[in-house]
Design a protein around this ligand. Structure first.
Ligand code: ATP
Ligand code: MG
Length: 212
C-alpha cells in the first residue's frame, strides 16, 4: 500500500488555548474564545486557569479550585470548550512555556493557538522563554478596549521581525468586561447577570466570593 502522498497525511488538529487567572471567568473570555474558534477554524478551546500568575504574585486571588470550578461551569454547555487543571496541579508560578512544552510533547499532531487580549500580549516579551514560545506555537491577539491599535500593530511587527513569530490579530467589538469589574460589582452589591454565565453568578453568590 502506498503510504506516501497527501491523502494519507494525518490532518493536524488545531487547538486554541486561553490562559488566565479567571477570577472569575466571564462572558468576555467566552466571547473571545468563540470568536477565535470561528475565525481560525479551531477544533477546540482549552481554558487553562493558572495557579499563580507570574505577573500577579502579590495580588490576592480566589482559591485555585474555585476558579477552576467556575471555569468548568462556564463551559458546561459548549461541546468544543474544555478546561484543563494542568497549571493548577503544577507547583510554583504558572509559566506558559512549561504548559506549552507539556502540551506539545503530549500532542505531536496538533497546532496550538495561544489566545490573549491586547493587555497580556503587550507584555509578551517579558515572559519566560518567550523566544522559544514564539517558535512552538502561534499567537492570536484580540483587541481590548483601552489599548491602542497602533501600539499593538507595532508590537506584532516587532515580534514577527525579531523572533519570526506567527501572530494573528483579531479585531473584536470592544467589550468592557473584566474580572476586576465583576469583583468590584459584587463587592458593591451591583448586578453581574449578563456579564458572567448564570451558573458562575450562582456559584459566586452561593460561596460568597468577592463580597467579604
Ligand atoms: P483581571 O481584571 O482580574 O485582570 P481579566 O478580565 O483581565 O481579569 P484574565 O483572567 O486576566 O481576565 O484574562 C485572561 C485573558 O483574557 C487575557 O489574555 C485577557 O487579555 C483576556 N481578556 C479578558 N477580558 C477580555 C476582554 N473583555 N476583551 C479582550 N480580551 C479579554
Ligand atoms: Mg487581566
Amino acid at each position: 500500500m502506498d503510504t506516501s502522498g497527501e491523502q494519507n497525511e494525518i490532518k493536524k488538529k488545531r487547538y486554541g488555548i486561553l490562559g488566565g487567572t479567571f477570577d472569575p471567568i466571564h462572558n468576555g473570555h467566552l466571547f473571545i474564545a468563540q470568536t477565535a474558534m470561528e475565525e481560525l477554524q479551531l477544533d477546540k478551546i482549552m481554558f487553562i486557569p493558572n495557579r499563580v500568575s507570574p505577573h500577579k504574585t502579590t495580588e490576592k486571588v480566589t482559591e485555585a479550585y474555585q476558579r477552576l470550578i467556575m471555569a468548568e461551569i462556564a463551559v458546561i454547555d459548549h461541546d468544543k470548550f474544555c478546561v484543563s487543571s494542568m497549571e493548577i496541579n503544577r507547583k510554583g508560578p504558572s509559566y506558559t512555556i512549561d504548559t506549552i512544552q507539556e502540551l506539545v510533547k503530549e500532542n505531536p499532531n496538533t497546532d496550538f493557538y495561544f489566545i490573549t487580549g491586547t493587555d497580556v500580549f503587550m507584555e509578551l516579551d517579558t515572559w519566560k522563554n518567550h523566544e522559544l514560545l514564539l517558535k512552538l506555537i502561534k499567537f492570536v491577539v484580540v483587541t481590548r478596549s483601552g489599548f491602542s491599535y497602533i501600539d499593538l500593530d507595532q508590537k506584532i511587527k516587532y515580534l514577527k521581525e525579531k523572533y519570526d513569530g506567527d501572530i494573528v490579530k483579531i479585531k473584536i467589538p470592544s467589550l468592557e468586561i473584566s474580572s476586576t469589574d465583576i469583583r468590584n460589582r459584587v463587592e458593591m452589591g451591583r448586578f453581574i447577570k449578563y456579564l458572567v454565565p448564570d451558573g458562575v453568578k450562582n456559584y459566586i453568590i452561593k460561596h460568597k466570593l468577592y463580597s467579604d
